[in-house]
Design a protein around this ligand. Structure first.
Ligand code: KIV
Length: 287
């Protein structure tokens, strides 16, 4: 992005104010280079606990720790100037109650510079969200499919079909009334996502929800094709970089074995090259 187009990173209230406006753009990031690629293109970047599955090879997000979130949060913060950073509270860092949640949310924000935390849960988390917001911690909520509850949800299923719809709607209302500045809707039917978006006063951020949401988020390794263990239906692959990376690595391996890498241009001569002559810069021409 050019220097003239440079803008300040939005904060939680700027995100809240985008309700019903131009859709909010978001991706997850876990490293500095990836954060640099998305800086300015995304309104906010989420340091998601999906890091456990896409970078650490875990089979769920349950094994993600505060230390992992802090390390990746610090790396992402170094890559962002124009996009807001939101960080996930990992499993078991907030569910005991408001005091535990405050202690860990404050630590995540202080040690990474994140502008807000995200936590999973609806009605049952409303009291905790209210407690955090009243004490200066902006909260993004996350309802519908909440991967940290995978063992009680019984799998990564669509949430809110048929009779379940009212419960997901109640969750979205509860977190909005508790003071969350936005809410992620994960894997909920399109009609329900549209209804929630119409009814709640805060921006809805869809992932497997609806194009009618106030914004969208995807896991960056899914949309770039780096994470290939499985592909949820809601993921669009904007690039297929995993197979490209593997092809490049296989070419490198073949060249090393054939001694064709390194080539002459990649090695250093035994004698230093003669010092290049310094050429005085030309004076500007006047007519
Ligand atoms: O951890 C994560 O990446 C998330 C997104 C899927 C919303 O919570």
């Amino acid at each position: 992005m050019s220097a003239t187009a440079r803008k300040m990173a939005p904060n939680a209230e700027d995100i809240r104010a985008r309700k019903g406006g131009t859709p909010l753009v978001s991706l997850t990031a876990y490293t500095t280079p990836m954060a640099q690629f998305m800086d300015g293109h995304c309104d906010f970047v989420l340091v998601g606990d999906s890091v456990g599955m896409v970078l650490h090879g875990l089979t769920s997000t349950l094994g993600v720790t505060m230390e992992m979130m802090i390390l990746h949060g610090q790396a992402v913060a170094r890559g962002l100037k124009q996009s807001m950073m939101v960080i996930d509270m990992p499993f078991a860092s907030y569910e005991e109650g408001p005091a535990q949640a405050f202690r860990n949310a404050a630590r995540l924000m202080a040690e990474t510079g994140a502008g807000a935390v995200k936590l999973e849960g609806g009605v049952e988390m409303a009291e905790t969200i209210r407690f955090l917001v009243k004490r200066g911690i902006p909260v993004m909520a996350h309802v519908g499919l909440t991967p940290q509850s995978i063992n009680t949800l019984g799998g990564y299923k669509v949430q809110g079909r048929d009779a379940q719809a009212e419960a997901v709607l109640a969750d979205a209302h509860a977190v909005a009334e508790a003071g969350a500045f936005s809410v992620v809707l994960e894997k909920v039917p399109q009609g329900l996502a549209d209804r929630i978006t119409a009814e709640v006063a805060i921006p809805t951020i869809g992932i497997g929800a609806s194009a009618g949401c106030d914004g969208q988020i995807l896991v960056v390794d899914d949309m770039l094709g780096f994470f290939t263990a499985f592909k949820p239906k809601f993921v669009k692959r904007y690039a297929d970089l995993g197979p490209l990376a593997e092809a490049a690595i296989s070419e490198y391996a073949a060249e090393v074995r054939a001694r064709s890498f390194p080539a002459p241009e990649h090695v250093f001569a035994d004698q230093a090259p003669a010092a290049a002559k310094t050429v005085a810069p030309k004076a500007p021409q006047k007519d």
